[in-house]
Write a protein that binds this ligand. Sequence first.
Ligand SMILES: [Zn+2]
Length: 441
Amino acid sequence: MTIYGATIVDTPGDPFAGDPAAALAQDGALLVQDGVIRARGSLAALRADHPGEPVTRLDGGLLVPGFVDTHVHFPQIRAIGGLGMPLLDWLEQCALPEESKLADQAYARAVAAEFLDGLVAAGTTSALVFGSHFAPAMDELFAAAARRGLNITSGLVLSDRILRPELLNSPETALTDSADLILRWHDQGRLRYAVTPRFSVSASDEMLDVCAQLLGKGVWFTSHINENVAEIATVAGLFPGARHYLDTYRRHGLVTERSVFAHNVHPDEAELAVLAEHGASVAHCPTSNCALGSGLFPLRRHVEHGIHVALGSDVGAGAGLFLPKEALQAYFIQQLLGPAGLPLTPVHLLYLATRAGARALGLDDRVGDFAVGKDFDAVWLRPADGSTLAVNLRHAHDTTDALARIFALATPADVAGLWVRGQSIRDRAVRAESAACPDPR
Ligand SMILES: [Zn+2]
């Protein structure tokens, strides 16, 4: 057992459902045993109740739940920063040429390590990861994620048209390759499988039907939707019988409580109603939407329909893996929307970066906040002495104000500690371990 003494902050409530301030909780200590939180309270009280147990003091900064990224592309970690293009041009010129390189398994192994080490460095402990088009690359990602103890849900990306030929699979191959990966990796430790058609642009009805067959295995589903107006027009042309973009998925039974749709910048009211009716979630990707000029996310309309929204970094179109940066950009976007926007408080931002993601991924019984019984997945954000963030934290009026200053100023350099199921992992240590650890397959 270990007692962690810190300024512990989380959002056990839903700030979109009531008073945002009431969603925030603060304590001074957690008791952790075998990776699970066993007690929570003041440091004095936990010490008195558990005399003799070791105490780890995390003085300064804030201890928050590990971040949850609900949309991020592992094959694009080397392709960040391609500015000046809308979605379809960016895919063609920037993302897909890099994704093709993952046909080489050694290349994919190196990329998987860089990607996961990047998540760790950014304080992300759970993620829904958009995978690769190549099954051996998926084996590399899952094996490397297992070594790091991260909560990773991911799957083989499926496309059978329009993209460059090396990224295409037939529906038959997609079915057998995906089924093999599900057998090997789904529900292995903290790993889970997500059926992942790239988007309706590149997935025929036959391929989407294969996705429906795979969903019958109890796995998750993710794809893109309504990101860019040219993309939406392309989908309308490819599926003349569909009522709207979401209908291309709905017709195959792919809109469920286990479905996470990325972007949804330009939904119509009927699509929002269908998402709400089926309990599907939306991954809002703020820096990506800005970088590609996709549009300003209508968060208020989603919330008014009762749709669950979480955050995605959408690397490589997004501007890095650090979820607080996405939360800040989400705040900016709502400000720019004026009366149509939904003003966000620091409590909303913490919720969006942590518990909202856990809820979207169906992991909120295990992670996302520091309730007793949950896994101890935690990030200690403590800036270097003398940094502008340290100065601002010293002058914060209260915890909510401290959170505001963290979201405004923090970077991955401020991640002073990271725990997954109670194990402290740091990127340097993980690299040494993964270099020394033989492949388990
Ligand atoms: Zn994406």
